[in-house]
Design a protein around this ligand. Structure first.
Ligand code: HSE
Length: 415
């Protein structure tokens, strides 16, 4: 029997307790031993829980218990999860987590502490919820140089965009519905402003390319400015708008990494990932594109990944899993303004014909887009040549100075 402890009995934590209970036999068959959930740390009371006798409010009960070999952290947030995780790892206990904020911020340091103490730190659930993605990158695709990772990494924003695309629902109404259905938090900022997706692409990039990528260094745009008009233009172009986190290695150890809404062509696998589902495309030099799809959030899908990591830690109590990346002391993220992309632009102009000519002078060849009931003074186009994003922004400013008021710019994803 291997004793484990759980810190945090919220949505994911209670799912973990449930799976450890309901799937006891299945887990026993895989591990050859029973996993015994000995302590559950939470400040709240759960008198109705069948595991009520295991609850504690005191972290010392876990850290001082020599029987506990694996600690599952599903508290979320940076503190006290960061402090507790460090203390567990320093005590030689392996730690499993779903906490993307913590891994994205302190992953390199925690992996080093785990290594120094011959413990494991696993966090499959931190990206893509129930979708296996970190282990495949780290193990199954290890023979590849990864040329790019791009994904729909946030279920809430994908749900909102899907409602906008399929049901012509305005952003505010779709957000309200996402909140009513329990997908979006009352304060939805981390989702709709792209911060959650940013943490996840940082974890993927750190793992795939071996150096910690800090979220603060990654240019991040959310979906709050996307309108139904933009959605319509994307359809007329032959695609859909998705919030994409993407990273590509550049020469010299630098990385081109961004989180932003993008036009995604209907031919791309990522265009067909709808509702709260997530999808991640890994472009390997041997495999070509490999796409992972599934539920990126929710109690049982996320808990499934946490429990799988727990089993893995139990199987490797004396050995270390080879999952590691180094800290990055110097800036390893390239200036997003240098990143080349094609772009969609929508503007209002008194003289649309002149405005299209000006756009051509500024951006080179463009493809005009149209939509039903388009106001006479509206123009929309997609640039045909990929230009550095900074140049595009300068071009947008020039267009505005010349009398065309730009109201939307969205990158075209090369996906
Ligand atoms: N808020 C996140 C999402 C939950 O909507 O995807 C999982 O990280």
């Amino acid at each position: 029997m291997i004793s484990v402890a759980l810190m945090g009995h919220g949505v994911v934590g209670s799912g973990v307790a449930e799976i450890l209970t309901t799937h006891k036999q299945k887990l026993f068959s895989s591990l050859g031993e029973e996993i015994y959930l000995k302590h559950i740390l939470d400040l709240r009371e759960f008198p109705e829980s069948p595991l009520a006798d295991r609850f504690t409010k005191d972290f010392e009960d876990i850290i001082s218990d020599m029987d506990v070999r694996v600690v599952i952290e599903t508290m979320g947030g940076l503190n006290p999860a960061y402090d507790f995780t460090k203390r567990c790892l320093k005590a030689g206990k392996s730690v499993v987590t779903s906490n993307k904020e913590l891994v994205a911020r302190h992953g390199a340091e925690l992996l080093q502490i785990a290594k120094d103490n011959n413990a494991n730190y696993l966090f499959e659930a931190s990206v893509g919820g129930g979708i296996p993605i970190l282990r495949p990158i780290n193990q199954c695709l290890v023979a590849n140089n990864v040329d790019e990772i791009a994904g729909i990494l946030n279920g809430t924003t994908n749900f909102i965009l899907t409602k906008m695309i399929n049901e012509n629902m305005a952003f505010e109404d779709a957000l309200k519905l996402a909140q009513e259905l329990g997908y979006a938090e009352r304060n939805p900022e981390a989702d709709v402003e792209g911060h959650d997706a940013c943490r996840k692409i940082c974890i993927l990039a750190s793992l795939a390319f071996g150096k910690h990528v800090y979220p603060d260094n990654v240019h991040t745009e959310g979906i709050t400015k996307i309108t139904l008009e933009d959605v319509e233009y994307a359809a007329s172009w032959g695609g859909v708008i998705k919030l994409i986190g993407s990273c590509k290695p550049l020469d010299g150890g630098m990385m081109d990494i961004v989180v932003a809404p993008m036009f995604v062509p209907c031919t791309s696998q990522l265009a067909n990932i709808n509702d709260v589902f997530n999808g991640v495309m890994v472009r390997g030099d041997c495999t070509g594109d490999v796409v992972f799809y599934g539920k990126g959030a929710g109690m049982l899908p996320t808990a499934s990944a946490v429990v799988a990591d727990t089993v893995d830690c139990c199987k490797h109590l004396k050995t270390r899993k080879r999952l590691f990346w180094a800290d990055s002391t110097e800036e390893n993220v390239a200036d997003y303004k240098l990143s080349k992309t094609k772009v969609y632009v929508r503007a209002i102009a008194d003289n649309p014909a002149d405005a299209y000519n000006m756009a051509q002078d500024i951006f080179g060849a463009i493809s005009r887009l149209s939509r039903n009931n388009c106001p006479e003074n509206e123009i929309a186009f997609v640039t045909e040549e990929a230009l550095p994003y900074g140049e595009i922004m300068n071009g947008v400013k020039s267009l505005s100075k010349l009398g065309a008021e730009v109201i939307s710019t969205i990158r075209i994803g090369n996906l």
